[in-house]
Write a protein that binds this ligand. Structure first.
Ligand SMILES: Nc1ncnc2c1ncn2[C@@H]1O[C@H](COP(=O)(O)OP(=O)(O)OP(=O)(O)O)[C@@H](O)[C@H]1O
Ligand SMILES: [Mg+2]
Length: 247
């Protein structure tokens, strides 16, 4: 039996209180196996980022349970083994990528001698070495995405949680990121990512989960879910059909 690295049970999350509250997640159940690449898809406002923030302990569950490697998301040991790329890369603009990565590396307690090489390798891996010493306030969206991806890898995490990682990336950079994700997969790492780019999701995921209005509608491999699609039928229309059929 495959070992689960991430489990979510009966999770509810509501923003706000009183009349203006938004029920973002309703009884969400989800599990991700160790070593798999799991794509989390669903329309805008489905609850993907909310789920991710709960998995990181940025938000606290109001009902239900979450665990990562059997521990709570807020435990220091969990934080040490998880890498996170947020939906919007909003880092201090008066730092350079090298400074930012050094700062995150120090927070994780990586020794200075080791960190220098690690930062150099990550800058190269994510394609920002040429801009490594430029202030980030001058960066484009795609460049910031690459910095954010490097930041998520700085602690060599077992579980990588990426919120729309390919948003704003050009096709070559997207392919490069896909290769890095596959390499990490080859090393036994687990990747949980949200995306709207369905062809990307199909190319890289072992399994996907479809979320809509805070409910998980389906999980499985892309083949399991839309394997019988007709020639010429787009992935978008298949997923839309699943959403329409199950609500
Ligand atoms: N800080 C907040 N305050 C109130 N409501 C919020 C807040 N953040 C999210 N929501 C609401 O929670 C629901 C889920 O939002 P969430 O950001 O998790 O969706 P998402 O699936 O990540 O969407 P997207 O694909 O657009 O990133 C939406 O209805 C959203 O309006
Ligand atoms: Mg989101």
């Amino acid at each position: 039996m495959q070992q689960q690295i991430l489990t979510v049970k009966n999770l509810d999350y509501t923003y706000g209180t009183g009349g203006k509250c938004v029920e973002a997640l309703k009884g969400l159940n989800l599990s991700v196996n160790r070593g798999e690449i799991f794509g989390f898809i669903g329309p805008n406002g489905a609850g993907k980022t909310t789920t991710i923030k709960l998995l990181l302990g940025i938000l606290m569950p109001q009902k239900g349970e979450l665990s990562i490697s059997g521990k709570l998301p807020t435990e220091p040991e969990t934080r040490r083994t998880v890498g996170y790329m947020p939906e919007t890369a909003d880092y201090y603009g008066y730092l350079t990528p090298r400074e930012l990565l050094n700062m995150y590396g120090s927070i994780f307690g990586i020794a200075r001698s080791q960190l220098r090489k690690r930062v150099r390798d990550l800058l190269e891996l994510t394609g920002i070495e040429k801009n490594a010493d430029r202030l980030m306030r001058t960066f484009s969206k795609g460049m910031m995405q690459k910095v954010s991806f490097a930041q998520a890898l700085v602690n060599d995490p077992d579980l990588l949680i990426l919120d729309e990682p390919t948003g704003g990336l050009d096709p070559v950079s997207r392919r490069k990121m896909r290769e890095v994700i596959r390499d990490l997969h080859g090393k036994g790492k687990t990747v949980f990512f949200s995306s709207h780019e369905l062809s990307e999701v199909e190319l890289v995921s072992d399994r996907i989960g479809i979320l809509d209005k805070g409910h998980l509608l389906a999980t499985g491999s892309v083949k399991d879910l839309v394997g019988g699609r007709e020639k010429g039928q787009s992935l978008e229309s298949c997923f839309l059909k699943i959403i329409e059929e199950r609500i």
